[in-house]
Design a protein around this ligand. Structure first.
Ligand code: FAD
Length: 406
């Protein structure tokens, strides 16, 4: 099986080259081809840019701008909508952080109670006897990528045919996907299961799988014929979005660099103040089991790439984002604060929150605090993500006209 990982170099210059290569296909061709899953090594109908996008080695405005320079809005609309699906999910979770907190609690409970379940063991070993499902599991383990349609079918079979907890499936994806994202992943699994758009589920059908895998799979009489929505006690209340004030310039600062945003050079931060860098690889916190080694190393290399781009003119001293090391670095460099790019709800935010608490409890922290800068894209788009995507989608033209330079 062709290894996607081997071709997916976690650096921004490769990401930009890849975007340039793919741009001619982002018009009608993408709209017509995107639903076909032709298997590993043949995913030409989609971009496979997700590992770079997820870690912001490519920015949403760059993707939209590339597509709109090469195609009319009508032709590029489908691709642009997909980019906004990501933005929508991020904004929705930001407005409903309890869904992430509840997911973690339920996941940990489910992992404990299902530990010895034979059906779960067979699913995780890829020996369910449902050929397509077992194949997608192998593809996921080997390449750390799955086509969107395969993710939908896999999740649906997991929940409705195999009767397994959605949280454990979501956790498996978070361990193995190079693009494992707390918002897109958690909320997509919830959507398939009928928890997100309440009462609406996604049922994987044999004829649909046969059509969009071009006959590679035909799981006749193997799949559940109905998908009764899972239930939970209502959605939590909407949280008011807090947009932090951008850090003002003029104080020597340590940049806390993390895997939710690996393009610090374009972030709204006082770059001239940066005297040192604290590196946070938050991928280990995506799952209680950690992540696959390739996923961890993708983030490590992405952090290294970002450090090199930042230190273009001089090498900046760096350390791990642990309180003791950061305090030493502050002492060494004369830093008087820590600055960081806003991390949306998820494992990195959890890690930063823990860091801030520990820092606050440490004597000799010399009044060091963390100041956050949020990108215009997020600050502008997220307030529209209060309801469903179809409501959000209406705002795309106005969002584009404010955020994308052509
Ligand atoms: C159960 C399930 C779990 C998922 N987990 C993740 C995840 O952890 N991380 C993740 O980035 N996406 C996730 N997705 C969404 C989608 O499947 C992937 O973004 C897409 O398959 C990535 O491949 P691509 O870059 O070739 O996509 P393309 O079709 O080329 O799309 C371009 C970009 O648009 C965005 N995008 C496309 N479709 C979606 C979508 N439905 N939701 C959100 N963003 C989208 C992604 O950033 C993607 O890279 C999940 C979907 C499902 C059904």
């Amino acid at each position: 099986m062709a290894s996607f990982f081997e071709n997916c170099n976690p650096c921004r210059s490769t990401a930009l080259e890849q975007l340039a290569l793919i741009t001619p296909k982002l018009g009608r061709r993408y709209a017509n081809e995107r639903n076909f899953d032709r298997g590993a090594g043949h995913h030409e109908g989609v971009t496979m840019l997700s590992p770079w996008i997820r870690h912001r080695l490519l920015l949403e405005e760059e993707l939209a701008s590339a597509a709109l320079r090469a195609h009319s809005f009508q032709d590029a609309e489908k691709f642009i909508q997909e980019i906004f699906w990501r933005t929508y999910w991020k904004g929705w979770l930001e407005l409903h952080p309890k869904v992430w907190a509840d997911y973690k609690v339920t996941r940990d409970h489910d992992l404990y109670t299902w530990e010895k379940d034979e059906g779960l063991r067979r699913a995780l070993a890829g020996v369910t006897g449902i050929k397509c499902f077992d194949h997608w599991l192998m593809e996921l383990r080997q390449t750390h990528y799955l086509h969107n349609h395969a993710r939908m079918w896999f999740a649906s079979i997991w929940v409705f045919t195999l009767g397994l907890p959605w949280t454990i499936g979501a956790d498996l994806f978070m361990q193995l996907l190079l693009d494992g994202d707390p918002a897109s992943n958690t909320l997509s699994w919830r959507w398939v299961s009928g928890l997100q758009t309440q009462g609406k589920t996604y049922l994987a059908r044999a004829d649909n799988i046969e059509k969009y895998t071009e006959g590679r799979f035909k799981p006749d009489n193997q799949l559940a014929l109905e998908a009764k929505p899972l239930e939970e006690i209502g959605l939590p209340n909407l949280k008011t979005l807090e947009i932090p004030m951008l850090p003002e310039g003029g104080k020597p600062s340590i940049l806390l660099l993390h895997d939710d945003d690996l393009s610090p050079e374009s972030a709204p931060l006082p770059h001239q103040d940066i005297v040192g860098i604290a590196l946070m690889n938050g991928s280990e916190r995506r799952s209680p089991s950690g992540v696959a080694r390739n996923v961890y190393e993708f983030v490590e290399a992405g952090l290294e790439d970002a450090v090199q781009r930042l230190g273009n003119r001089c090498v900046l001293p760096s350390c791990k984002a642990e309180v003791k090391s950061v305090l030493q670095l502050a002492h060494q460099t004369g830093a008087r604060r820590i600055i960081s790019i806003h991390a949306p709800v998820g494992p990195v935010r959890d890690a930063i929150d823990d860091f801030v608490i520990q820092l606050g409890m440490t004597e000799n922290s010399n009044g060091l605090v963390v100041e956050i800068g949020i990108r215009d894209w997020d600050a502008f788009c997220w307030p529209y993500a209060k309801k469903g995507f179809f409501n959000f989608r209406k705002n795309i033209p106005v969002l584009l006209s404010n955020l994308v330079v052509l």
